[in-house]
Design a protein around this ligand. Structure first.
Ligand SMILES: [Fe+2]
Length: 434
């Protein structure tokens, strides 16, 4: 590739792979669900959804569309936000008992990720931990084809409808890990921004920062050419690093966050903003599904592992609970202050895409420019002020670091290498920003 960022490296990868589902995007497209299910020759499907969505407009519209197409369905809603391996096993039991020939997920990332994990157990059996990479799991390969999965997101952040990954909280470790496989990619993504019209402000802010961090982490990730060359194409990691395809879509997602995040949070009647945020979330999902995330996501898992006695307004979830997007956002400015040293030009471009004024700035300013612009956006959208804002103090930094250090693949996807002391310094730098 001509861009200097992707210059060939000794023993580095020379190719990258792009995967995405058949995607339909647009206000009202959820009403196509019945016909799209019929096109896949599915006669009986399981609908996975959140119990809080059972009487919501998206579920009512999904069911009505399936009724109109004479598709038989049963609803599985025995799942939770921040899904556990137990939720996934319950979902697999539901699939086993119903003789379904497809799955439709209607909900946020938790719902879509539960469906993916349940489909894996349905196809291959066993316990979910078997499929977790070593040393936390057995590293068993995911090779079976799943029955078709149509993913219909109802939040504008997760991007799970566009990725081959599922994020599950493993009860044994009390923390989240990612399982990846190309067969985990949904067959169809039906993305209707009208599903986000009723989202409260804090949910738009949190999911918006998830979108933004997906895009920024893809844009600044280590180049794919700096990841190890593999001889066997099937061994190419899904976390393959920044590449020209992901760069293209992530760039636009960053601009969308700049232009529409504050509008989408402050005014729930602003349909243009909600439409654009959903489009940005889709683009960022496509980007990170083909890149992988890096330090902000890796560090977020330490936060959600160790959180105590905390809730978030607008989320009907028992304590302790920190929404995923907030857990990622609170360390992101500190991360970019650290990583900018490795690739200042990338960070400068990211800051400019996010609306920062980079006129006259030098390489040394890149990290601060991006961090400051993110902090302004956090303040404008009522995101908590760093780790202090979500209940952590300096005394928790060592424990947070020990927990997050287990996310080895994401940490290795960062543009700058880090050791334990570096991670501690990043957490310490994220205690408060204003
Ligand atoms: Fe995320």
């Amino acid at each position: 590739m001509s861009c200097q960022y992707y210059d060939p490296q000794q023993n580095g990868a020379t190719s990258f792979t792009v995967a995405m589902p058949r995607m339909t995007f647009g206000r009202g497209c959820l009403d196509e669900l019945g016909k799209r299910t019929a096109y896949l020759n599915l006669a009986k499907v399981a609908i996975f959804t959140d119990p809080g969505l059972l009487n919501s407009a998206p579920i009512l519209r999904a069911c009505s569309s399936l009724d109109a197409a004479n598709i038989e369905y049963q609803i599985f809603s025995d799942l939770c936000i921040e899904p556990t391996d137990t939720c996934a096993e319950s979902g697999a039991e539901f699939l086993k008992g119903g003789n379904f020939d497809g799955v439709i997920s209607v909900g946020g990332g938790s719902v879509i990720d539960t469906a993916k994990a349940a489909l894996l157990l349905h196809a291959q059996g066993g316990k979910l931990q078997q499929y977790l990479a070593q040393p936390m799991g057995d590293g068993d390969p995911v090779h079976s084809q799943f029955i078709p999965h149509i993913a219909c997101p109802t939040t504008s952040g997760t991007g799970s409808e566009c990725t081959s990954m599922t994020v599950i909280r493993f009860k044994q470790f009390n923390t989240k890990f990612v399982i990846c496989s190309p067969v985990m990619l949904p067959d169809v993504a039906l993305i209707d921004p009208a599903c986000t019209d009723s989202l409260p402000a804090n949910a738009v802010a949190s999911s918006g920062f998830d979108l933004l961090c997906h895009a920024l982490e893809c844009f600044t990730a280590k180049a794919y050419t700096r990841h190890q060359l593999v001889e066997e194409p099937s061994q190419r990691l899904l976390i393959q690093g920044a590449n020209p395809w992901s760069e293209m879509v992530a760039s636009r997602a960053i601009q969308i966050a700049d232009q529409y995040l504050v509008r989408g949070v402050k005014d729930n009647t602003d349909q243009e903003a909600r439409d654009q945020l959903m489009w940005g979330a889709s683009l960022a999902g496509i980007a990170f599904g083909n890149t992988g995330t890096h330090l902000p996501h890796a560090l977020s898992y330490g936060i959600t592992h160790l959180m105590k006695d905390i809730t978030t307004p607008d989320y009907q979830v028992a304590s302790p609970f920190i929404p995923h997007g907030i857990s990622v956002a609170v360390t992101a400015p500190s991360v970019f202050r650290y990583t900018a040293e490795a690739t200042p030009e990338r960070h400068m471009r990211a800051a400019a895409l996010l609306g920062a004024d980079s006129a006259g700035a030098t390489d040394e300013d890149a990290g601060e420019l991006l961090a400051s612009r993110m902090i302004n956006l956090m303040r404008d959208t009522n995101i908590p002020n760093g780790l202090n804002g979500v209940g952590f103090e300096q005394s928790h930094v060592a424990e947070l670091t020990t927990s997050a250090a287990r996310q080895k693949r994401a940490i290795a996807n960062a543009p700058r290498d880090s050791n334990t002391v570096d991670l501690e310094n990043i957490y310490a730098g994220a205690l408060s920003y204003w």
